[in-house]
Write a protein that binds this ligand. Structure first.
Ligand code: LHQ
Length: 263
């Protein structure tokens, strides 16, 4: 049996590939375990940018419905256990990683698959990809952070429409609505994503982490609170080697050589 998650390393970029193509990379427990291990590894192995993508024609079709079948041998499942033990820690792990995580949405992203992508720091989709909040089709509500992400990214009206209708949203429409960063022609897609990841991997990683965490806090904070968050984070960046290098490189009119380190 092939591995449910593949991890490859190119320089300081780790590429994590969901690998159950026959099931459109739907999540079963083994894939959750492998994905969790992959994200734990990149947190400490010197990785400075992560790409999350899918193998075959899909990014991810969400929960493997064969593994959570009310008519299956285990009877009616308690879905809160799946969310609490598997999806919620996954979403939190992605958001707490101290480097940029790019979701490279190569094909359809449905249900929790779409919302795992939206938990990443930047979402880039192939032009042929689609985002589907498929939950209402099977009598559920958006999970894996979907209710939180959708309202913040596209606003309550569009979030509600996507969630209630479960209509597929094209990559271009997703970009036009601000759900994702950009839609890229299929033939250029992975080269484009890898180019961006390579740029991040030579960038000021600690400052990227501060940026990510400050932006995550912004929607919950009043302006006065967020000004304090910024000042504290900027203090840490200001004491780091990459700020010194960035300013030195500016004065010397050369490209900076960032270590990515916080101190
Ligand atoms: C699948 C799946 C799949 C199994 C395609 N499972 N096999 C969290 C907590 C706990 C439980 C509940 O849920 C959640 C969160 C969720 O994610 S709920 C939402 C779950 N996902 C869905 O409802 C999406 C189901 N899939 C689809 O609607 C379609 O497959 C999409 C629109 C993604 C793609 O459509 P097509 O391109 O037409 O492909 P297909 O439907 O023909 O699928 C290809 C194969 O993949 C097929 O198997 P087969 O043996 O017939 O070739 C599907 O059965 C299988 N597959 N999604 N989630």
């Amino acid at each position: 049996m092939s591995e449910p998650v593949l991890v490859t390393r190119r320089g300081d970029v780790s590429e994590i590939t969901l690998n159950r193509p026959d099931k459109l990379n739907a999540f079963n427990d083994d894939m959750h375990t492998a994905l969790r291990a992959a994200f734990e590894a990149v947190a400490t192995d010197g990785t400075r940018a992560v790409i999350l993508t899918g193998s075959g024609r899909a990014f991810c079709a969400g929960q493997d419905l064969d593994a959570r079948d009310p008519d299956g041998p285990d009877g009616v499942p308690d879905l809160s256990v799946t969310l609490t033990n598997l999806y919620n820690p996954l979403i939190k792990r992605i958001r707490s990683l101290p480097m940029p995580v790019i979701a490279a949405v190569n094909g359809v992203a449905a249900g929790a698959g779409a919302n795992v992508a939206l938990a990443c720091d930047m979402v880039i989709a192939a032009q042929s990809a689609k985002f589907i909040q498929a939950f209402s089709k099977i009598g559920l509500l958006p999970d894996a952070g979907g209710t939180w992400s959708l309202t913040r990214l596209v606003g309550p009206a569009r979030a509600m429409g996507l969630a209630l209708t479960a209509q597929p949203l094209s990559a271009q429409q997703a970009a036009d609505w601000g759900l994702i960063w950009e839609a890229v022609a299929d033939e250029d897609f992975m080269d484009h994503v890898r180019g961006l990841a390579d740029t991040f991997a030579t960038g000021p990683t600690a400052a990227y982490a501060e940026t990510k965490f400050a932006l995550q806090q912004a929607p919950m904070n009043a302006m006065d609170e967020q000004l304090i968050v910024e000042a504290q984070a900027q203090k840490r960046c200001g004491h780091g080697p990459d700020f010194a290098e960035g300013v030195r490189a500016f004065h010397e009119k050369r490209a900076p050589q960032y270590s990515g380190k916080a101190s």
